[in-house]
Design a protein around this ligand. Structure first.
Ligand SMILES: Nc1ncnc2c1ncn2[C@@H]1O[C@H](COP(=O)(O)OP(=O)(O)OP(=O)(O)O)[C@@H](O)[C@H]1O
Length: 341
């Protein structure tokens, strides 16, 4: 089912939470809405669900205007971080709940068979008789997904479904969700403020800033060509250098970069820690190391340039450096924006 948002606006009292968002989600696509807290992700999802109604604009399901169709008739399944399972019902009863209250009548045997099939799908066979308090947080979210899938939704809406879980469980569930999505092919919108989660999971990512779309594209598009300083910073750590653009070139921290699209005037250059190369001797911007952080996948060098700019450089886990040493950094790749972009 294709979903179209056409210039959707939503205001709460006097506060405009969503400013004319237009967006097409292709049938079978897994789209992530990504943005900082308060950027309007949940409000957009709730409007697609039919839990909120836009002040203006339209939401289409296929070719049908669904803007005013109530939630029960939209055929959406949702899983929210805080949309808990019913604690007094077993896992199987939780999954069966939607089928029992649905207008579509199903026999007891049909419901049992569907529950078992869904328990297999979410890889929890044999746990149907447990209560939610008797399974782990990750298992509970899988049951919540099975419950959402039970009524054969045309659209699946997931709002930070793994938000409360620890990092390793989140990573496993991401991979698992991707597999389920591939198997079922249901159009899915996934809300998260975690950029890694969005980039790992989604076919396309929509980055929101204060109720507006800042950028949308495939994970590769947005990572390779972030269109603003906001998107660059939001997608990951970045060093920021100030400089001045003149005649299509900008010189920052001793480095000259071609910036055809930037007008003359103040400019900002952003460089990821992995795009700075450290060397003990040689060329580049002179720096002094202030600290070195050790991580499982490499070392993070914290350093200062001669004008006191703080920078971070990623280095190999085996690199032998320590605080107090002097050296040089070279820029491998940078994004440059005019001031205020
Ligand atoms: N029912 C409401 N009444 C008043 N303001 C609201 C309501 N719901 C949301 N807002 C406001 O609208 C803005 C967008 O909220 P929304 O929950 O959509 O953001 P979000 O990007 O999902 O944030 P988070 O990641 O923190 O959940 C926020 O400033 C929020 O305070």
């Amino acid at each position: 089912m294709k979903i179209t948002l056409d210039n959707v606006v939503k205001t709460f009292d006097t506060f405009r939470a969503v400013h004319g968002v237009s967006l097409e989600i292709e049938s079978g696509e897994l789209l992530a809405l990504l943005g900082p807290s308060g950027s309007g992700k949940t409000t957009i999802l709730r409007m697609v669900a039919g839990l909120e109604f836009p002040d203006s604009g339209r939401i289409l399901f296929g070719d049908v205007d669904a803007t005013d169709i109530p939630v029960r008739e939209r055929g959406v399944g949702f899983v929210f971080q805080h949309y808990a399972l019913f604690p007094h019902m077993t896992v199987a009863e939780n999954i069966a709940f939607g089928m029992k209250v649905s207008k579509v009548r199903r026999s007891r045997a049909e419901i049992d068979a569907r529950v078992n099939q869904l328990l297999q799908l979410v890889k929890l066979p044999g746990l149907g008789n447990r209560f939610p308090s008797q399974i782990s947080g990750g298992q509970r979210q899988r049951v919540a997904l099975a419950r959402a899938l039970a009524v054969d939704p045309k659209v699946l809406l997931l709002d930070e479904p793994f938000g409360a879980l620890d990092a390793n469980v989140r990573r496993d569930l991401r991979r698992w969700l991707r597999e389920i999505h591939q198997e079922l092919g249901i159009t899915t919108i996934f809300v998260t403020h975690d950029q890694e989660e969005a980039l790992d999971l989604a076919d396309r990512v929509v980055i929101l800033d204060q109720g507006k779309i800042a950028q949308m594209g495939t994970p590769r598009d947005v990572c390779r060509n972030p269109n603003s300083a906001f998107v660059t910073r939001f997608l990951g750590d970045a060093n920021r250098f100030s400089g001045v653009s003149s005649n299509g070139r900008v010189t920052v921290a001793g480095v000259e970069v071609a910036t055809a699209a930037i007008p003359d005037g103040p400019a900002e250059m952003y460089v990821r820690p992995t795009d700075l190369i450290w060397s003990r001797e040689g060329q580049g911007v002179p720096v002094r190391i202030t600290r070195v952080l050790d991580r499982a996948d490499g070392r993070r060098i914290l350093a200062e340039t001669e004008d006191g700019t703080h920078i971070e450089i990623d280095a190999d886990v085996d690199l032998d450096v320590e605080a107090g040493q002097r050296g040089f950094v070279q820029v491998k790749r940078a994004n440059v924006y005019g001031a205020g972009a």
